[in-house]
Design a protein. Structure first.
Length: 116
């Protein structure tokens, strides 16, 4: 699976963004997909995940504010981010969970900056 992330930007605290993860190779709906962000210490923190069956899970820090979804017709996974906080500032990545141990599977990500 290969993906391209987009939708990041600069937003004020309390604002919203929607990130997109488009599959450039592979059918995303066949896999458990997740959004991650780079945390201090250079590891990928799971933000939200969605299984092939549509079951979702979230990090405690984003529950109630972020929503992960997928559009199979567009081969795309989304992350709707509301009520953004400065601590949400990070580079956000999308990946299929089965391949996260493969360093070469990670894309460029999309930068989200929350600042006034």
């Amino acid at each position: 699976v290969q993906v391209v992330e987009s939708g990041g930007g600069l937003v004020q605290p309390g604002g919203s963004l929607r990130l997109s993860c488009v599959g450039s190779e592979g059918i995303l709906s066949s896999y458990a997909m997740a959004w991650y962000r780079e945390a201090p210490g250079n590891y990928y923190e799971l933000v939200a995940g969605i299984t092939a069956g549509g079951v979702t899970r979230y990090a405690d820090s984003v529950k109630g504010r972020f929503t992960i979804s997928r559009d199979s017709a567009k081969n795309t996974v989304y992350l709707q981010m509301n009520s953004l906080k400065p601590e949400d500032t990070a580079v956000y990545y999308c990946n299929a969970e089965y391949q996260i141990a493969d360093d070469s599977s990670w894309g460029q990500g999309t930068q989200v900056t929350v600042s006034s």
